[in-house]
Design a protein around this ligand. Structure first.
Ligand code: FES
Length: 183
């Protein structure tokens, strides 16, 4: 929506009056990082958590979470892109450093054995960045490839954020030997 979000300009770069509230809300909900949020003042419905918590693996980039997210020390949110290359200066969030770091990782990891349907697919998803270690995720989560193929369903898992796992996007313990440091 270039009429609203203006790239490469000096000064104000958002002009929300050029679109309807409904259009703006739809754009905000499509923002994977959660950098754009909205609050309706016209009686329209605010964003609500999805019925299914998902994590999408981005090719050579972060992992994009959508759900009722409870990230340690952060306000609850519904969308977030979290670093999995280890290079972000804004951990646990992605800051785009994967590009300059030359991070390469498939967005199409193989589908594993844990694909049985979960009894409940949404609900609060606790995400705890472990010191010098992975993201510990507790709650109902469906991990999807970049093209949307199911990779894994679980109620508890650990996601690599050091960039070194041989089993990305999951932690395989490599962070213990590659010197990964993160709060
Ligand atoms: S955090 Fe990368 S292997 Fe554990």
């Amino acid at each position: 929506m270039p009429g609203v979000f203006k790239a490469n300009v000096d000064g104000p770069w958002i002009d929300p009056d050029t679109a309807s509230a409904e259009e703006l809300a739809a754009i905000a909900r499509a923002c994977p990082s959660g950098a754009i949020t909205y609050q309706r003042h016209d009686g329209g419905a605010d964003e609500r958590a999805p019925d299914v918590n998902t994590a999408r693996v981005r090719e050579n980039g972060p992992i994009a979470l959508h759900g009722d997210l409870r990230i340690t020390d952060q306000a609850p949110c519904m969308r977030a892109t979290l670093c999995r290359c280890g290079a972000s200066q804004h951990k646990p969030f992605c800051d785009g450093s994967h590009t300059s770091a030359g991070f390469t990782a498939t967005g199409e990891p193989a589908t594993g054995d844990e694909t049985a349907a979960l009894a409940v697919r949404g609900g609060a998803l606790e995400i705890e960045p472990r010191p010098d270690g992975p993201l510990r995720v507790t709650g109902n989560l469906e991990v999807l490839s970049g093209t949307g193929r199911l990779v894994r369903r679980a109620e508890k898992l650990t996601l690599c954020r050091c960039g070194g796992s041989q089993n990305k996007p999951f932690c395989d313990g490599t962070h213990r030997s590659n010197g990964f440091k993160a709060p």
